[in-house]
Every structure is written in C-alpha cells, then in structure tokens.
Design a protein. Structure first.
Length: 277
C-alpha cells in the first residue's frame, strides 16, 4: 500500500564502496534525540496519505553505534522497523528484528556481478542475511538496481527471491552519477524488462511494486529524506535541500504540488540524467 515516507539516513558511512552509490561518505551518526524528534514531527505532519512509514537507511544503518536504541524509538512510534541494508551485519542484529518488520537487502546480480558492483565477498554475506531472515520468519525483501552489466542476472534474482522467501522485489533503475564502470539502461528498456519481471514474480506470490519512475516523482510531496546532520532533502537521489532540523516538516514540504494533487515530473528531478530510449 502506498504510504507517506520518512527516509532517515541515520549514518553516512558504510563498509562497502558500491559503484552506483549516490551519497558522499562521512563519519556522522544521527543523534538519538534527532531520530526521535524528526520521527514525531513526521508522524504529526499533515501528509496526503493515511499510512506513513519510517525507513532507516544510510550509509549502512546497522553501523549506527546505538542501532538497538534507534530501533526501539522507531518501533515505539511507528509499530515496526523498516530498513535498507547490505546485509553484512544482519547476523549480529537478528535478535532485534520482529516478524512484522521490513528488512530490505540489496542484491545486484549473481556472485560475480554483485561483487564487481559492491565489493568482494559481499554477495555471500547478503544471501546469508536473506536466509537468516527467512529462518527467523522476519519479513524481508530484495532490492535490485538494474544496469547493462547485471541485466542478464535478473532471472537469478527472481529465483533468489523465491528461494529465500522474500515477499517483495524492488526493481530499480541505475541512475548514472559518475564514471564507475556501469552503463545505464534506457528508461524504455527498463520498463519493458520490469513488466516481464513483475509478471513472473507475482505468479509466485512475490510483490513487485510500482516505482516513482512510472507514477511520477513524489519527493517532497509524500515525504522526504533526513541526513545525519539534520539536512532535509526532497529525496536521496534528487538531493534538493528543503530545510534543516529542527524545522517542522509541515513547513518544508512542497505544498503547491500537494495542493494540485499531482506528482512532479520525474524527468525533471532524479531521472533527468536518464535516456528515454
């Protein structure tokens, strides 16, 4: 179900150096009081949809030095924990997660291709995390970012979803940001491949939700991203600064777009570097 979103970048550092990462690494962790206050601010904001979700991201969120306390705050306010991870530290924190949480693990190909994109040995650790989450009946999903180098691995990813009990596959499109050995797909090629993937996984009971690439940009309308230093972005890819903590989220959202009940044109925001065909 679509929901308002708060993307909390609780750290800006990571163990990996992924070729397609769009964030600049630092060494900052979001203070617990900011986690609490921003989350409360978001849940009290006048947002368009009835449902809201708080997503822990980074960097690698499990590197936060007080990750257990962060989980307690978010679960207490929102009822569950949702996060996006590379999977490396999932075994260390498996006892913190609950059945109704949502743990997304990034997998970008088979063993060889994933390790080319994310670093040697990272594939085995990510798959281990998926299997461990499945064994513990914790709701989990896979995020796959398609490019020309890993397109041939899509069937492998679909099989991995089914094999590891993943309830959802986020099928994303790589956005070029720098020279990094990866080549982007065109929007039309990604769209046709996504339709094939959606049909196959949904036959197996795995969800493949629509993305902002198809429905239009919701950044700054349904929610925003918050960096560890308190900077408010419309989203992590477009990176338009909207304000800074402790400003009220209600005061920085793009109210004109909300009032028109229209999404922004994605090809004028984070998709502006993509080729249509």
């Amino acid at each position: 179900m679509p929901a308002n979103f708060l993307d909390l970048h609780i750290v800006d550092h990571c163990q990996l150096a992924c070729r397609h990462c769009y964030l600049n690494k630092g060494n900052t962790s979001m203070p617990l009081e900011m986690v609490r206050e921003v989350s409360i601010n978001f849940l009290q904001a006048d947002l368009p949809l009835p449902q809201s979700t708080i997503i822990l991201s980074g960097g690698e969120p499990l590197l936060h030095p007080q990750f257990g306390e962060v989980c307690s705050i978010v679960r207490g306010l929102n009822g569950y924990v949702a996060l996006s991870s590379n999977g490396i530290l999932v075994p260390q924190y498996i006892g913190l997660f609950r059945r109704n949480d949502g743990i997304q693990i990034s997998i970008d190909g088979d063993n060889r291709v994933h390790d080319f994109i994310r670093g040697e040995g990272s594939y085995e650790k990510a798959v281990r995390a998926l299997r461990l989450l499945d064994e513990n009946n914790i709701r989990h999903s896979i995020s796959f970012t398609a490019n020309k180098q890993n397109l041939k691995c899509i069937d492998h990813i679909i099989d991995l979803c089914i094999e590891t009990g993943s309830y959802l596959l986020n099928f994303n499109l790589y956005h070029p940001i720098r020279e990094n050995g990866l080549d982007p797909l065109s929007y039309s090629d990604w769209l046709s491949e996504r339709q094939r993937v959606k049909e196959r996984v949904e036959q197996k009971g795995v969800l493949c939700p629509m993305t902002c690439l198809e429905k239009g940009c919701i950044a700054g309308i349904l929610g925003l991203s918050v960096l560890p230093d308190g900077t408010y972005w419309d989203c992590s890819r477009n990176q338009r600064v909207l304000g800074r903590f402790p400003q009220k989220i209600d005061d920085v959202l793009l109210r004109d777009a909300i009032g028109r009940e229209r999404c922004r044109n994605q090809f004028e925001t984070c998709c502006r570097r993509l080729k249509y065909e």
